[in-house]
Design a binder for this molecule. Sequence first.
Ligand code: ADP
Ligand code: MG
Ligand code: MG
Length: 198
Amino acid sequence: PAPATGGEPSPWLAGLAATFEARRPGLNALDQRAGDGDIGTNLDNGLQAAVRRAPGPEADLAADLAAVAGAFLDDVGGSSGPLFGLVFQAVAAAVEGADDPSAALVTGLREGQEAVTRVGGAVPGDRTLLDALAPAVAGQRLDREAVAAAVAGARETARLVARRGRASYLGDRALGVADPGAVAVALLLSALLEHLDG
Ligand code: ADP
Ligand code: MG
Ligand code: MG
């Protein structure tokens, strides 16, 4: 890959990349059970590309998220590249210049949810990343309850038969294993909450 354009990441972006690097094998293992085993690699590669594009060590959240969105939309394939790219893009736009970042994050995540549905046709209950995202944006703020709702939603995907994505080819063979895209959304929301609290 091309060397950094300048980008030393902010501590938050570096932390996000480190989280997904650590989760890469576990997310791949979940995707192995219900797909093609690459989601951890896709997300890790996307965040490494985002770090190379990082706007700088002092970057605000909106600038970091815009860099992540660009990296996912340009450099990451599979389903997670474009779908997470759309979520990052919507959240970046919503938090830009926002007075109340906690409310803006929920607004952006809700817009991201709508974009994912527009592009991918899934609704909550289809065993996709939306099963973590939708319950988290039911409230007005990104707070601990919202993150807990995402974690619970991700866990509950283990009881769902997929109707979208590769896992839908498996019928009930993925039962008992959580959807990795939903698990990844819960990790992401937890990292966003840390930004607010930090
Ligand atoms: P691929 O299946 O192309 O290898 P990834 O492994 O990168 O894609 O991502 C798989 C994840 O993408 C799934 O776990 C699921 O959460 C999500 N996903 C797949 N299709 C859709 C869709 N149509 N709508 C929303 N999320 C989806
Ligand atoms: Mg996959
Ligand atoms: Mg794939």
